[in-house]
Design a protein around this ligand. Sequence first.
Ligand SMILES: [Zn+2]
Length: 550
Amino acid sequence: MTTRRDFLRTSTAAAAVLAGSPALLLRSRADADIIVRNGTVFDGLGGAGKELDVVITGGRITSVGPRATLRGMVEIDARGLAVSPGFIDIHSHGDGTLWEDPRAESLVRQGITTIVAGQDGSSRAPRGNADSNADELRGQFTRFTDLWASIDRLQPAVNVASMIGLGTVRDVVIGGKDRPATPEELARMVEMVRLAIADGACGASSGLEYTPGAFAPLGELIALCKPLASRRLPYATHMRNEDDRLIEAIDESIAVARGAGCPLQISHLKTQGPRNWPKLDVAFARIAAARAAGCDAAFDRYPYIAYQTGLSNLFPVWSRDDSTGAFLARLTDASTADRIRKETLAKVELIGGWNNVMLSNVSSPSDRAAEGARLGEYAAKQSADAYDTAIGLLQRNRGNVGMVGFAMSEDNLDRILAHPQGMVCSDGGSYAVDGPSHRGHPHPRGLGTFPRILARYVRERKALTLEQAIHKMTAFPASRIHLADRGRIAPNMAADVVIFDPAKVQDTATYDNPFQYPVGINAVIVNGAVALRDGQRSDKKPGRALKAQS
Ligand SMILES: [Zn+2]
C-alpha cells in the first residue's frame, strides 16, 4: 500500500519529470486534465474554506473532495493557498482593448476569468448610426450574435459577457440630440433591447451622466427595461448623479426597476464629494426599502476612493448636447461660456479643487506631459488658469481627455463593500506592461482591483472576511447575470479557477505608476486551461463569449 505521502511524492515527481514532455505522453497515464491538490477551497457561495482537491476534465470541474486518487495531466500543489472560483468583474471596460490585445494580461493576472462588458449605457452591439465615423464603427456589431461570434474567433484570455447599452440604442435610433423619442422610435428601441436579450445579453445598462444616454427620461428607461423583467435580468445604471443629487438618482433608478419589474444593479455606488459622504445611510435605507417592496436591488463598487471618467464630464450635461464639436464651440461662445465656467467650477469645488483632478490620458502627442499630472499643479507650472488649461486640453484633444477624480470616502467604501448587496467591480480597462494595451496613464483599478480587495479590504482593514469577499467576486455576480455554470467550485461547473496566497496577494498598481501587475496570484484556470501559473502566462486562448442563461 502506498501512503498518501508516497503517492503525493510520486505524482509530483512524475509531473515534474514530464513537465517539458509532449502532453500525449502524459495523457496515457492521466485520468484528468488538471488536479488542484491540498488547497483551501472556497465554494463561492460564502462557505468557509475546506482542504479539498479539485479535479478538472474537459473544461469542467468533475469532482471536489478530499484526496483525489486520480492523476492529472497537470498537477497543481495548492497547499497553503486559497482555491476560488475565477473572479467575475460585473462592471468592466476591459473589452475596450481586447481586440487589439486579447492576452488581457491585467485581467488574468488579477484572477479575473470573466468580464461583463457593455456598461454605462454603451455596448458593442447593435451597430451605431449611419453617420458615425469609421473609427466609432470599428468594433461595433450589428447584432449580439455577431459580437459573440467575433469574441469566439478572437479567443481572448478571459470570458466576455455583455449587457446592452441603452445609450447605444438611443444613439442608433435618435442620434446625439437632446429630445424625447417619438412613439415609433421608442418601439424600435424596445425591439432592439428585446432582440439583444433573446441573443444572450445579460442585462441593460444606462449611463445617465453621459450623452446621449442622459437625454433619456424616466418613461423611456422603464419602457426599454421591460424586456428584462420576464428573464429577471438586471437594469445596471451609472446613475444620473453621484454627488449632490445622489438620493434623487437612487430614487429614479428604483423607479425604473419597479416600473419595468426587473432587478436593479446600481453601478459603482459612491457618495462623491465630502459634503455628500454623510448620505450613505440614506442611500442604504432607500435600497433596503426598495427591497422590502419587492425590488431586487443590489450594487457594485471598485476598491478605490478615486473615480475615472472623461474630463468633459466635469462640464454640465446641457453643454455637451448633440456632439463634441457643439460642446467645444459652446466653451468659447459668448452666450454660453460664462454659465459653463460657473457650473464646472462648482463641480470642481465639490470634489475638492483642481488638484483632485489627475489627467489620465490625452490623444494629442503634444499634450503627453499632462498624463499623470494633477490639473491644478500642471496649470500652475505654466502660470495658467486651471479652467483655461482644462478647456485648452479639451480643444486640442477634440474632447478626448481622461481624468481621475479623488472625491470619495474611505470609511464609506468599507461599508459599501461589506454591505450584503454589494459586489466588487473594477470599472477598469484591460492593460499590459507591454504591447498595444500599454497606453495612457490609467486608473490603477484596471490592474489591481481584485487583489486589492483581498489585500487591503480583507487582510488589512478587515472590512469583510475572505469568504465574503470571494462570494462578492464570484457566485453573487454570476447569479445576478444568469451565468448558471460559473462562479462556484462544484462538480459540473465550468472550470474557471483562481489559486492565490491570502497572506501575500497584493495589488501594486498605483495612481503614479499604474502599469504594475499584482503579486500573490499563483495560478488562473479559464475553461479548464491553465492561463497563468507561477507568474508565467501560457499561450492558451481559453476565453469565449458567455450568453446569459435562462
Ligand atoms: Zn460608470
